[in-house]
Design a protein around this ligand. Structure first.
Ligand code: DC
Length: 239
């Protein structure tokens, strides 16, 4: 495993935006693990597989060729499904699908393998707790449900969808509850994760804080050589 920075937290805390930007800035790889669960959910919905069928979903996940490219686009086989993953229907289904241990198990290696290709910033719910417990830097981003719902509303409005804010708040709370209370790999913050409440922070400020943390860890390479020389690291370029 190469250098790994994990960013966990609930939906709408700002994880994707900042993790993607920082990875780009540093020339590191970026992995959006929510998109993997979304891709499983989308395929299950397309094939009429119920989201409570843990066995069927586990078998489906094990056979799906899901991958993300350098731009963060998600593919199932050769199909770019990125834009189909962002609907509310897929969000709710992804949260249900991701509660099955069989599905999570089938995605463990898919996620860990990405860290073999160079320094990585990944985001999700269990990156620092389950997938990369030895990551060099672990961050937990949070924000109030209302702030997260407002961000989601702004995203949807930018895409021409009109939505009710209170409805979004209750969808977010429903999803939080499910993600935090499942038996396998629940969303939870641990002591070795650095918590940042982004409710009152701009994306730029969150990005700046994350950058500071990475640099701080790099400078402390002597005591924590998991991040030693990290700022000189780049994804190895191909032949
Ligand atoms: O981050 P997101 O909203 O795209 O994630 C969609 C769902 O996938 C989320 O409700 C919970 C699940 N998920 C998970 O269980 N573990 C992860 N590492 C990432 C996402």
């Amino acid at each position: 495993m190469g250098i790994v920075v994990t960013v966990d937290g609930p939906a709408g805390a700002g994880k994707s935006t900042v993790a993607k930007k920082l990875a780009k800035e540093l020339g590191w790889r970026y992995l959006d693990t929510g998109a993997l669960y979304r891709a499983v959910a989308l395929t299950a919905l397309d094939r009429g597989l119920p989201t409570h069928d843990g066995e069927g979903l586990g078998a489906l996940t094990a056979t799906l060729a899901i991958r993300q490219d350098e731009e963060g686009r998600t593919f199932v086989g050769d199909d770019d499904v990125s834009s189909e993953l962002r609907t509310e229907r897929v969000s709710q289904a992804a949260s249900q699908v991701s509660a099955h241990p069989s599905v999570r198990r089938a995605l463990v290696d898919v996620q860990r393998r990405v860290a073999d290709d160079g320094p990585l910033i990944c985001e999700g719910r269990d990156m620092g707790t389950v997938i990369f417990p030895d990551a060099a830097l672990k961050v937990f981003l949070d924000a109030s449900p209302r702030t997260r719902a407002e961000r989601r509303r702004d995203d949807l409005q930018a895409r021409g969808e009109d939505v009710d804010l209170d409805e979004l708040v209750s969808q977010i709370e429903e999803r939080d509850h499910r993600d935090a209370n499942r038996d396998t790999a629940p969303l939870l913050q641990q002591d070795d994760q650095i918590a940042i409440d982004t409710s009152e922070m701009s994306i730029e400020r969150v990005l700046e804080r994350l950058r500071e943390l990475v640099v701080e860890r790099c400078e402390n390479g002597g005591t924590d050589n998991r991040l030693g020389n990290c700022l000189d690291s780049r994804i190895p370029s191909g032949p």
